[in-house]
Write a new protein. Sequence first.
Length: 101
Amino acid sequence: MENQPLLASKKCPHCGFWSNWQQRADDRCERCGLLLDAPRLRSEQAREAQAEEPLPEFLRIKINPEDGPALRFFKHLVRGGQLAFAAIVSFMVWLLTLLAG
C-alpha cells in the first residue's frame, strides 16, 4: 500500500456541507472556504506563541561569558538543582493528579 493520507470528511459548521478533511487545523470547506476546525487552529497558534515565550528570570540563573570558570561551574550546578527541583515537583503533581482520578 502506498502512503496516502486517510480519507475523511467533516461537516462544515458554517454551511453544513460535508468536505474532505485531512485532519489538519487549516483545512477549509470546499463550498464556502471557511475553516472546518477554527477553534483547533486558534489553540495551535496560542500553543506555538506560548512555546516561543522566554522563561521568566526567576526560573533560570544568568550565566555570563565574563564570569570566571569556578563561578560558571557553580551557576551550572544551581541551574541543575533548579531543574531537578522542578522535575520532582512536576512528578508529584502528576502523581497526585493520577491518584485523585
